[in-house]
Design a protein around this ligand. Structure first.
Ligand SMILES: *Cc1c(COP(=O)(O)O)cnc(C)c1O
Length: 359
């Protein structure tokens, strides 16, 4: 089988070894005579998977016993409402940094529950940058400060956590979770849909610090949306197979060398692409250089006709899913953890050739 050079923004490419292991185990899970897909989530097989995934996530991120790890359903989009449902009330304010479509969606949901203050927005510049700390106009006493660490659609990324002056950070890390180390002390809660950097669609990882959970609001919360329901016990059927896949990916991340290893690996891959973009003005990056993402590399060509041609010819060369999001246009190469350096090199050499033929 010839694997594509897959630059899909999500669901995104997975490590081949993980897919092969899952294929091997799919029909007969570890000689049990049944597939994991056919087993109780209360049985020993899934119990072990859930525990391993939890332990691996804690080890990789450096989270101690004061952190809870949940595997939930509903995608990051459900977390947009679950976070304020648990922590925000009409008499309180949460700060939401607005750096893209996903931030804006989170803001829309939070407004159902309480006051939202926006310390910074790059909407006016079509979200072409993330703020520096001095750009932030934080409110006086917010319950949390929410940010989107990597803006999947626009191709920007915070280089490090925004300074919130001690307010717990809440982060939508869907498209860069485990791509680099985190400064966990600054966070109260982190959520990430798995299908970008972590596994298949169907599971959302939520990490909550216990001291932050203690600040949960006192009003009643519908059972399934109350984080405590899931912290106390396995309340209902989790997305068993998706968590199994995440567990395999976590094992793969550990074996490669953990988050420090991936930080260097991802930065080097991104730099290969950005150097090619910056060579002359045939390719044009769509965001400010300081804000460039190491996960989603966005750029334009001299005109839309050439962009169409680029995408078509790239696909003919096995370079798949390079079309930019419709709100930005142009090209987007998503190069998450599982994207190989060979794929990036293949794209760079295609870009070089395309420039020579069309520039
Ligand atoms: C993809 C994405 C989402 C949406 O995730 P769903 O799991 O589809 O709800 C939210 N935030 C970011 C940053 C994303 O990249």
């Amino acid at each position: 089988m010839k694997r594509l050079h897959n630059f899909s923004a999500g669901p995104a490419t997975l490590p081949l070894s993980v897919l092969q292991k899952a294929a091997e185990e799919l029909v007969d899970y570890r000689n049990r005579g049944a597939s994991l897909l056919e087993m109780s989530h209360r049985g020993p097989e899934y119990t072990e998977i859930n525990q391993q995934a939890t332990d691996r996530l804690k080890k990789l991120t450096g989270a101690g016993d004061d952190w809870e790890i949940l595997f939930l359903q509903g995608g990051a989009s459900t977390q947009f409402l679950t976070v304020p449902q648990n922590f925000l009330t009409k008499d309180k304010t949460a700060d939401y940094i607005d750096t893209g479509t996903w931030s804006a969606k989170a803001i829309k949901e939070a407004k159902h529950f309480g006051n939202v203050h926006i310390p910074y927005s790059s909407k006016e510049s079509n979200y072409s940058r993330v703020p520096t700390n001095s750009d932030l106009k934080l409110s006086d006493n917010p319950v949390y400060t929410h940010f989107t660490s990597n803006n999947t659609i626009f191709g920007t990324q915070f280089r490090k956590e925004p300074e919130s002056n001690g307010t717990p950070l809440v982060c939508d890390a869907s498209s860069d979770f485990l791509s680099r180390p985190l400064d966990l002390d600054k966070y109260g809660l982190i959520y990430a849909g798995a299908q970008k950097n972590l596994g298949p669609a169907g599971v959302t990882v939520v990490m909550i610090k216990q001291s932050f959970l203690e600040q949960q609001k006192k009003e009643a919360i519908p059972t399934m949306l109350d984080y405590r329901t899931h912290v106390r016990k396995l309340f209902n059927t989790p997305p068993v197979f998706a968590v199994y896949m995440v567990n395999l990916v976590l094992d793969w991340i550990e074996a490669k060398g953990g988050l420090n290893w991936f930080e260097t690996f991802n930065r080097d891959k991104a730099n290969l692409l950005y150097s090619e973009i910056d060579k002359d003005d045939f390719y044009r990056g769509t965001v400010e250089k300081e804000s460039r993402s190491h996960m989603n590399v966005t750029y334009r060509l001299p005109n839309e006709e050439l962009e169409k041609k680029f995408i078509t010819e790239a696909a003919q060369n096995g370079l798949d899913a390079l079309k930019g999001h419709r709100s930005v246009g142009g090209i987007r190469a998503s190069i998450y953890n599982a994207c190989k350096v060979d794929s990036v090199k293949a794209l760079v050499s295609f870009m070089d050739e395309f420039r020579n033929n069309n520039g």
